[in-house]
Design a protein around this ligand. Sequence first.
Ligand code: NAP
Length: 273
Amino acid sequence: MILVTGATGNVGRHLVGELLTAGAKVRALTRDPATARLPGDAEVARTADMPLDGITSVFLNPAVFWTGLDDLLARAAEHGVRRVVLLSSASTLDDDPANTLAAHHLEFEQAIEDSGMEWTFTRPGEFATNTLGWRDAIRAGTAVREPYAAARTTPIHERDIAAVAAKALLTDGLVGAKPVLTGPETLTQPDMVRIIGEAIGRPARFAEIAPEDARAEMLSRPYMSEGVVNVLLHLRAKSIVEPPEPSPEVERITGRPARMFKEWAADHAGDFS
Ligand SMILES: NC(=O)c1ccc[n+]([C@@H]2O[C@H](COP(=O)([O-])OP(=O)(O)OC[C@H]3O[C@@H](n4cnc5c(N)ncnc54)[C@H](OP(=O)(O)O)[C@@H]3O)[C@@H](O)[C@H]2O)c1
């Protein structure tokens, strides 16, 4: 049986669906089974209980384990878990020691390697779902306000991350692999705002703001520390001079092209309407 942590998340929910469709047995973890809306075919359990009996492979979402990773890995080894597929991050490729996001994900990767279990580290770049943060502005018809209009990104559809994670859990071909996962195109934020507008049939606007104004707004959001905000702003500025390249890995691994941002926007049009 496969354990999916963060099963209601952007990636986890699609992964549960992919695994069930493939005929796998799935135990899906959530903090609140009553509100999780997980499929009836999955065994749903509470994250706090972390039941590992009968589990052979784990999909590990770091969002669930900011603390407690070592305990989870020790218990997984005791229960005979053979494989861990980690939702890591392309930030791990950044060699800037001030990049706390990279350091955090590299710590996860190292701890899993040290555990002796088989592993795959999926390393996605920026999720397309991050643009859901623009929902209120777009719904209200006001401009999306962000710094660095010329910054570039390769937004990835959460379904593509889930498809790669499913391959890593269901087949042996990705053991020991660290595939970098991106969408198929390089876009600016104004590009993405325009594409969302096209998907909802109503123009959406972008307005560039100063990085210092963005910093104050980002720090007001939950879970945003000064360190993380610094990294996010730094990466955005850096992408103007060193734009990220789309990775071929989603297509190589899944056999189908990575989804374009316009497909993501069509799938999420209801979120912005
Ligand atoms: N966003 C990006 O651009 C990006 C890029 C690269 C890598 N990543 C990685 O992807 C992760 C996010 O993945 P995602 O978007 O699929 O996850 P998510 O949707 O943010 O969260 C997954 C699930 O985890 C549970 N959860 C959230 N916070 C928790 C907490 N403090 N304690 C216990 N459970 C918690 C929630 O489920 P319940 O409420 O049902 O418990 C949530 O639905 C990041 O943490 C990062 O490691 C993100």
